[in-house]
Design a protein around this ligand. Structure first.
Ligand SMILES: C[S@@+](CC[C@H](N)C(=O)[O-])C[C@H]1O[C@@H](n2cnc3c(N)ncnc32)[C@H](O)[C@@H]1O
Length: 306
């Protein structure tokens, strides 16, 4: 399907993305192993994609429901909710938002204790600690494929959470800067151990991302992934840096009619959930896990490597 908003000469057409994502055999083998069951049972995140590393355990109904800094386990971090950005976790029952009152004790992932069984009874590995991710293989493939085709050298990702997406980009050869407002302590240490090249930036991405982009060397080709701020807010940050960025990626992009908003701003964009060829090849569930790639101002004709 050729989308009206993407035309071949602008890049980011369905065909452009198919070429970008089918040429990466090593990435395809990593993200879509021949036996996913085997990958789940025995694979490690160095060799095959899995949504959690082997050294995570599930902590049932004892965690904050919304993001906090430090440990997500309430008993280990009882005052974390007092931070103004985590106030939706207020244990007094006074909730900042209507939706939040249905959330009290949630389950979360945390590092397994040494020698104990990990998640689903798997044997654990001492390194690289507990990392987990929100990005489905189809999204990772779209990012890595487009970035490789464009010769991107440096990915700045706003929103680290469980750290696995940052880890996967670093594993596939990109310089990565990971920006997080509320870093989870065990995720930061697992990343430092397993992917020491990743630069950690702590704070609000609306401030830090423009600073990082401004400081980046002009020899670098940049992609920025907005997975902290969403949609219109993320776009405001993006507009401060669009001329320096080859590619911008906005996660959870189909709420608030963001696709129409991008059209009205005449952005060249490719949406996971609108490309039926990509959905057919890389998973129909992508229709519900939408994100969008936007052509940045630094992307000039002829920048593609193939
Ligand atoms: C959806 S999670 C990121 C998931 C991660 N990229 C992955 O794919 O596994 C969103 C994260 O963004 C962080 N965040 C939210 N607003 C932010 C901001 N303005 N700056 C930096 N991080 C932010 C949250 O604390 C949370 O950890």
């Amino acid at each position: 399907m050729t989308l009206p908003r993407c035309c071949a000469s602008d890049g980011l057409s369905s065909e452009w993305m198919a070429d970008a994502t089918s040429a990466n055999k090593s990435v395809l083998d990593y993200l879509y192993p021949p036996s996913p069951r085997d990958a789940w049972k025995r694979g490690s995140i160095e060799s095959v994609w899995r949504p959690v590393s082997r050294s995570c355990r599930l902590v049932p109904a004892a965690c904050y429901c919304f993001h906090v800094k430090g440990s997500p386990i309430k008993a280990e971090n009882p005052d974390a909710w007092r931070d103004s950005v985590s106030i939706a976790n207020n244990p007094s029952g006074k909730r900042k938002c209507e939706l939040c009152k249905n959330f009290n004790n949630c389950s979360c992932l945390a590092p397994s204790k040494r020698g104990a069984a990990g998640i689903s009874g798997m044997s654990t590995q001492p390194v690289p600690g507990c990392l987990f991710g929100d990005m489905r293989p189809g999204k990772l493939l779209a990012v890595i494929g487009a970035c490789r085709r464009l010769g991107i050298t440096h990915i700045i990702e706003e929103g680290r959470y469980g750290g696995l997406s940052a880890y996967v980009y670093a594993l596939h050869g990109f310089k990565v800067t990971s920006v997080e407002l509320l870093p989870i302590d065990f995720v930061a240490s697992a990343l430092r151990e397993s992917a020491p090249s990743i630069v950690h930036a702590v704070g609000d991405g609306s401030v830090l991302v423009p600073e990082l982009v401004r400081k980046a060397s002009h020899t670098e080709r940049l992609a920025v992934i907005f997975d902290g701020e969403k949609r219109h807010k993320a776009y405001r940050t993006y507009k401060k840096i669009s001329d320096r960025v080859h590619l911008a990626i906005f996660d959870d992009s189909f709420h608030e009619r963001f696709h129409n908003f991008l059209d009205s701003h005449r952005e060249t964009a490719w949406h996971t959930n609108l490309d039926s060829a990509f959905l057919g090849a890389h998973g129909p569930s992508m229709a519900y896990y939408h994100f969008v790639l936007v052509r940045g101002g630094a992307w000039k004709d002829g920048d593609e490597l193939w």
